[in-house]
Design a protein around this ligand. Structure first.
Ligand SMILES: Cc1cc2nc3c(=O)[nH]c(=O)nc-3n(C[C@H](O)[C@H](O)[C@H](O)COP(=O)(O)OP(=O)(O)OC[C@H]3O[C@@H](n4cnc5c(N)ncnc54)[C@H](O)[C@@H]3O)c2cc1C
Length: 280
């Protein structure tokens, strides 16, 4: 049995049913004794209140909860208000992001890139927060080159980020190469693989095209066959993602971060498949 830290990412639910479902999901995932649960933040602050409420509820249940903060189209005052609230609440970890630029955005706000947000958080709150940032083993879609993207990633670490969580990927070599390149660039923070289980092919394909994560051709071709057969698609997905996690664990990754889409079943199966023990 192996034993490494795990974390699970949720989105803030909108409805009473969604809230009840998330309570059940985190109860099921809590058996794996995660290091923290994180909660996403809609671009432009669209989920601000729901992200806060979800985080506070998890914290009240005794879990370490990490809110995401995205800075695009926000003012410094708005970000500071969030930081003060989270600090007062005793939150110790944040996932600091730029966010995706909403269509029709008129003003970018006071921050253009996530490195500026990291710098601002350090300036205003010192070392209070452990800061996670995003990393892209398969290169962020807006980057002009892989080399520039790596430089831009380094600027977030230089601004004071403590660790990174990657965009999801299905090709372990992309992650290994990225980590090697980071080491060559003097980046020495933990780079935690973000793991996306396969729930639904159409949704995954659309999302992957938008965020620059690649579904390898061999996998696309196999998943396409099961477009109308959810049980078979999920069984294949569990196999593929369990294999990927196995490769990552063998290579000694520092931790695994799961994108849950607020569901526990598939992830629990994957974690059990790869023989991870609950932390003591
Ligand atoms: C783990 C994880 C969690 C996420 N959670 C959320 C969430 O909760 N809410 C949400 O809205 N989105 C979320 N995202 C998505 C993320 O906001 C998008 O991928 C967004 O497009 C980039 O955010 P970033 O923080 O990586 O931006 P940045 O690090 O600012 O990078 C964005 C782009 O700008 C480039 N760049 C950076 N600095 C410069 C510079 N000085 N000059 C020129 N180019 C530059 C980079 O190379 C990159 O292409 C998440 C992503 C990950 C991996």
């Amino acid at each position: 049995m192996k034993n490494i830290p795990l974390s699970f990412e949720f989105f803030p639910p909108k409805t009473a049913d969604g809230i009840a479902n998330l309570r059940e999901t985190r109860k099921q995932l809590a058996v794996f004794k995660p290091e923290f649960f994180s909660v996403t933040f809609g671009a432009g602050g669209s989920t601000r209140d729901r992200t806060m409420e979800t985080v506070y509820e998890m914290q009240a249940e005794g879990y370490d909860a990490a809110p995401h903060i995205s800075c695009i189209s926000s003012s410094k005052e708005e970000i500071l208000e969030l930081l003060v609230a989270y600090k007062e609440q005793g939150i110790k970890r944040l996932v600091a992001l730029r966010g995706d630029v909403p269509s029709g955005l008129v003003s970018a706000g006071d921050f253009k890139y996530a490195a500026e947000l990291v710098h601002y958080i350090r300036q205003e709150t010192g070392d209070w927060f452990h800061l996670e940032v995003a990393a892209y083993p398969e290169v962020h879609p807006e980057a002009i080159s892989a080399a520039k993207d790596l430089d831009n990633f380094k600027s977030k670490i230089d601004a004071g980020a403590n660790s990174a969580i990657t965009q999801y990927f299905y090709n372990a070599d992309a992650y290994f190469k990225f980590v090697d390149d980071c080491v060559k660039h003097g980046i020495d923070v933990p780079i935690v693989p973000g793991i996306m289980p396969i729930y639904n092919y159409t949704q995954l394909a659309r999302f992957s095209d938008a965020c620059g994560a690649e579904i390898p051709r061999w996998l696309r071709k196999r998943l396409e066959v099961y477009a109308d057969d959810l049980p078979s698609l999920r069984a294949l997905g569990v196999d593929v993602v369990s294999n990927l996690c196995g490769q990552l664990l063998s290579a000694g990754v520092p931790s695994l971060h799961f994108y849950t889409l607020n569901q526990a079943g598939i992830i629990s199966t994957i974690i059990n498949n790869i023989g991870l023990d609950s932390k003591p």
